[in-house]
Design a protein around this ligand. Sequence first.
Ligand code: ATP
Ligand code: MG
Length: 310
Amino acid sequence: MLINCPKCGKKYKIDEKTLPPTVKTAQCKECGERFQINIQPKPTEGTVDPPKQEKPQRNTRRIAVSLSKGGVGKTTTSVNLSAGLALAGFKVLLIDTDTQGQSSFYLGVKPEGGLAELVEGELPPEKAMVKARDNLWLLAGGKQLAGVKRIIDRKDFGGELTLAETISPIEHNFDYVVVDTSPGWDPITVSVLFYVTELLIPISLEVMSVQGFGEFLKSIAAIQKYRKEVNIKYILPTFQDRRVKKSSVILDKFKDLYGDIVCKPIRYNSVLTENPAFGQSIFEMAPGSKGAEDYRDLVRKVAGDPNCFK
Ligand SMILES: Nc1ncnc2c1ncn2[C@@H]1O[C@H](COP(=O)(O)OP(=O)(O)OP(=O)(O)O)[C@@H](O)[C@H]1O
Ligand SMILES: [Mg+2]
């Protein structure tokens, strides 16, 4: 260790190992100045440095938007919820697990690859993900996911952990991972349910959709036997048409049965039918529309912050 005399600047090389830690001052041989020295005891051999303080881990929320019935607003909700959370300042990864691969179309992006390439190890995460907007990344779905289904099917055990194993190494980069699922029930959906902890279930306010919900609940209960962490966190009524009495009867029934987890409904809004064709979220296409207003409310409910995104 080198020390300098603060008065004349003379440099001294000292071996701190040979000095007892009680020595706190030194005297310069050149000018006679006495000054303070600060000797840090060196770790003796075999001792280990104290563990460095780890960076606080991001508490990534993992939400699947799911219902086995088709056309209830899963993709519309996944895309607009993700876009809204990103606009509110959160880092979001949207994963499309559907072979229809509509999320990229809804967001107007043309990714090189997506979830299938990441699972199969053909692309690294930074190439498989596409940055769709500020704060928003997409792992696209599409036809290639058929290969992932085969991979899961061929595994003797652990196939249900495929998504968890693929996404866990990268999820710490995000505040939210939102997963859009396909209609029906397939090995990829099971894998989604073994990865996420929160379920957001869009229910179109019509009788058929409600029947589909009952069936879906049974499937979820079957998964929960093995994985208690996955919970129905939000029920989102969609396609609300206040002119249709049946719509409000169904909504009241859901509120009675499920209470607070029933979100404020997403009203029927023609802009929501059109905006996928323009590759824009509802906030980009029509920020003043009913659809944007309703999805903003959903973002606030999910983020747990009534003031966010105002
Ligand atoms: N609130 C709404 N008002 C009007 N149209 C809507 C609304 N929500 C979704 N849509 C439209 O309804 C259609 C089905 O929606 P979406 O694709 O989100 O359903 P989905 O559940 O993902 O379907 P699938 O099960 O086939 O994946 C789309 O054309 C979409 O633009
Ligand atoms: Mg869809």
